[in-house]
Design a protein around this ligand. Structure first.
Ligand code: HEC
Ligand code: HEC
Ligand code: HEC
Ligand code: HEC
Ligand code: HEC
Ligand code: HEC
Length: 396
C-alpha cells in the first residue's frame, strides 16, 4: 500500500511536471515559430514596402494598423485586387494613388496576416525575439520558394526525343543494309519473304522519320534563346504573383499578347533597384533603357510561319483557353522555353476535342448550329463545329 501510495503520489507529481513543462515548451515553441513566420512572411513584402523607411513600390506601412481596421487590412493583403474590383472606396483610392500598380495577392491565412500586422505595429521587430530569428528566416524562405527545374526537365525531354529518333533510324538502316547484303552476297536466310518484310518495314520507318523531321523543319520546340535582360517569369509571375495580364495587357483583346514596354517595368523598378539573383546588374539595364529611351530588344520565342493566322483574344477571351495550355508553366520558368511544337497537328488536335460554350454571344451568328443542337443532332459541339478545321480560318 505504502509503496503503491508512494508510486501513485510520485507519478502524479511527475505527470504534473511533465504537463507543466510541455505547456511551457509549447508556448515557447509556438511563440518562436510565430515570430519566425511573421518575419519570413514579411520578407515577401519587403521588395515593395518598408516600415518607417519611406515609400517603395507601395506605401510605407508604418502606422497602418492605426489608420485602417484589421478586417479591411486582412482582406486587402490577401487579395487587394479583389477589393479594388469590388469597388471598395479605400482600396480604389490607394490603388489610384499608386498609379494602378496592383499589389500581388498573397496566399496567407488570416492568422498569418494578423502576425504580420503585429510585426508591422512593432516597427519590424518581433517582441522578445532573439538573433536566432534573423538566421532562420532566410532558410524558411528558401523552403517556400524552390528553384525552378523547368529548363532541366525540358532539356532532358528534348534530348530523349532526339536520342530515340536517332537510335530508331540507325537500327533500321543497319537492318536494311544487312538484309540487302544477305540477298546479294551472303545468302544465309533462305526464305526471301523475310527480306521483303524487313525491307518494307525499314523503308516505311525511314520515310516516316524523314517526313516527320521535314514537316518539323522551321519548328522550334524547346527553343530558348538568351534574352538581353535576365528577366525571370519565376520571380515576377511566380514568386511575386504578378498577373500575366498586367504585362501582356493586350492578350485578351488583340491578336497579339504583346511584350510590355519598358515603362511598365519602371512602374516598379523606379523603386526596386536590386534583385536577389542578379543584384543591380540586370535591373540597371532596364533603368538605362528607360533613361536613354531605347527599347529592350527581346528575342521572340514563339514563332508561327507567315501563312498562319493566330489570334490571342479569340483563344483567351472567346475560347477561354488558359495561357499554360499553350505556353506551359511559365510562372516556374526563369527563362521562357517553347514547350509545345506549335505544329498544325497540335492546333487541330485541340480543336477536335475542345468543347465550346454555346451560351457565348459570339456564337449567336451560328444559327444553324444552334438548331442542330436543339434537334439533338450534335450533343456537345467542339471548335471544329465552328470552323476549327477549315483551312482558310488558319491560313491566309
Ligand atoms: C510587388 C509589390 C508589392 C508587394 C510584394 C506587396 N505590396 Fe503591399 N502594396 C503595393 C502597392 C503598389 C500598394 C498600393 C495599393 C495598390 O496599388 O493596390 C500596396 C498597398 C498595401 C497596403 C495598403 C496601404 C495603405 O496605405 O492603405 C498594405 C497594408 C500592404 N500593401 C501590405 C502589404 C503586405 C503585408 C505585403 C506582404 C505580405 C505586401 N503589401 C506586398 C505593392 C506591393
Ligand atoms: C512583369 C511583367 C511580366 C509578367 C507579369 C509576365 N510576363 Fe510574360 N513576358 C514578359 C517579358 C518582358 C517577356 C519578353 C522576354 C522573355 O521572353 O522572357 C515575356 C515573354 C513571355 C512569353 C514568350 C513570348 C515570345 O517571345 O514568344 C510568354 C509565352 C509569356 N511571356 C507568357 C506569360 C505568362 C503566361 C504570364 C503569367 C503567368 C506572364 N507571361 C507574365 C513580361 C511579363
Ligand atoms: C491556344 C494557344 C495559346 C494560348 C491560350 C495563349 N497563347 Fe500566347 N502564343 C501562342 C502562339 C501560337 C504564339 C505565337 C504567335 C505568332 O508567332 O504569331 C504565341 C505568342 C505569345 C507571345 C509572344 C508575343 C505575341 O503576341 O506574339 C506572348 C507574350 C504570349 N503568347 C503570351 C500569352 C499569354 C500571357 C497568354 C494568356 C493570357 C497566352 N499567350 C495564351 C499560343 C497561345
Ligand atoms: C509589379 C512590379 C514589377 C514589375 C512591373 C516588374 N518588376 Fe522586375 N521585379 C519586381 C520585384 C518585386 C523583383 C524582386 C526583387 C527581389 O529579388 O527582391 C523584381 C526583380 C527583377 C529583376 C532581378 C531578378 C533577380 O532576382 O535578380 C529583373 C532583371 C527585373 N525584375 C526585370 C524586370 C523587367 C525587364 C520588367 C518589365 C518587363 C519588370 N522587371 C517589371 C517587381 C516588378
Ligand atoms: C488548347 C486548345 C487550342 C489550341 C492548342 C489551339 N486552339 Fe484555336 N481555338 C481553340 C478554341 C477553344 C477556339 C474557339 C474560340 C472561337 O470559337 O473562336 C479556337 C478557335 C480558333 C480559330 C477560330 C475558328 C473559327 O471558326 O472562328 C482559329 C483561326 C484558331 N483557333 C487557330 C488556331 C491555330 C492557328 C492554332 C495553333 C497555332 C490553334 N488555334 C491552337 C482552342 C485551341
Ligand atoms: C487550326 C489551324 C489550322 C487549320 C484549320 C489548318 N492549318 Fe495548315 N497549318 C497550321 C499551322 C500552325 C501550320 C504551320 C506549323 C507547322 O505545321 O509547321 C500549318 C502548316 C500547313 C502547311 C505546311 C506549310 C509549311 O510551312 O510547311 C500546309 C501545306 C497546310 N498547313 C495546309 C493546310 C490545309 C490544306 C488545311 C485545310 C485542310 C489546313 N492547313 C488547315 C494551322 C492550320
Amino acid at each position: 500500500m505504502v509503496i503503491k501510495g508512494f508510486v501513485f503520489k510520485n507519478s502524479l507529481k511527475t505527470r504534473g511536471l511533465i504537463v507543466f513543462s510541455l505547456f511551457i515548451l509549447s508556448f515557447l515553441f509556438s511563440f518562436s515559430t510565430q515570430a519566425q513566420s511573421a518575419e519570413a512572411n514579411f520578407a515577401q513584402c519587403k521588395a515593395c514596402h518598408t516600415i518607417g523607411g519611406g515609400k517603395l513600390v507601395g506605401p510605407d506601412l508604418k502606422g497602418i494598423t492605426e489608420k485602417m481596421d484589421e478586417a479591411w487590412l486582412i482582406k486587402f493583403i490577401q487579395n487587394s485586387q479583389a477589393l479594388v474590383k469590388a469597388g471598395d472606396p479605400e482600396a480604389v483610392k490607394i490603388f489610384e494613388e499608386y498609379h494602378k500598380i496592383p499589389m500581388p495577392a498573397h496566399n496567407l491565412t488570416d492568422e498569418q496576416v494578423k502576425d504580420i500586422l503585429l510585426y508591422i505595429k512593432n516597427g519590424g521587430k518581433v517582441a522578445g525575439a532573439s538573433e536566432m530569428v534573423e538566421e532562420t528566416a532566410p532558410d524558411l524562405l528558401k523552403k517556400q520558394t524552390p528553384q525552378p527545374q523547368m529548363e532541366k526537365i525540358y532539356a532532358e525531354a528534348k534530348l530523349k526525343d532526339e536520342r530515340n529518333m536517332f537510335v530508331t533510324f540507325v537500327v533500321v538502316v543497319i537492318l536494311l543494309i544487312l538484309s540487302l547484303v544477305d540477298i546479294f552476297f551472303t545468302k544465309i536466310v533462305k526464305r526471301r519473304w523475310i527480306h521483303v518484310i524487313v525491307i518494307l518495314i525499314a523503308l516505311t520507318v525511314v520515310s516516316e522519320i524523314i517526313f516527320v523531321e521535314s514537316a518539323a523543319l522551321g519548328r522550334q520546340q524547346y527553343y530558348q534563346p538568351e534574352q538581353p535582360v535576365w528577366f525571370s517569369h519565376h520571380v515576377h509571375a511566380g514568386q511575386n504573383r504578378i498577373d500575366c495580364m498586367y504585362c501582356h495587357f493586350t492578350a485578351d483583346k488583340s491578336m497579339y499578347a504583346g511584350i510590355p514596354p519598358v515603362q511598365v517595368c519602371m512602374n516598379c523598378h523606379s523603386q526596386v533597384k536590386k534583385g536577389k539573383r542578379t543584384g543591380e546588374k540586370e535591373i540597371k539595364k532596364v533603368r538605362d533603357a528607360y533613361a536613354n529611351g531605347t527599347p529592350i530588344k527581346w528575342i521572340k520565342v514563339h514563332n508561327l510561319p507567315d501563312h498562319v493566322y493566330f489570334n490571342h483574344a479569340q483563344h483567351v477571351t472567346v475560347g477561354k483557353v488558359k495561357c499554360d495550355r499553350c505556353h506551359g508553366p511559365v510562372e516556374k520558368m526563369d527563362e521562357i522555353i517553347q514547350v509545345k511544337s506549335l505544329g498544325m497537328g497540335w492546333c487541330v488536335d485541340c480543336h477536335r476535342t475542345r468543347k465550346i460554350d454555346m451560351n457565348n454571344k459570339f456564337y449567336d451568328q451560328y444559327t444553324r448550329l444552334h438548331e442542330k443542337i436543339k434537334n439533338g443532332k450534335i450533343s456537345s459541339p467542339t471548335v471544329v463545329n465552328v470552323g476549327g478545321e477549315e483551312c482558310a480560318k488558319c491560313h491566309y
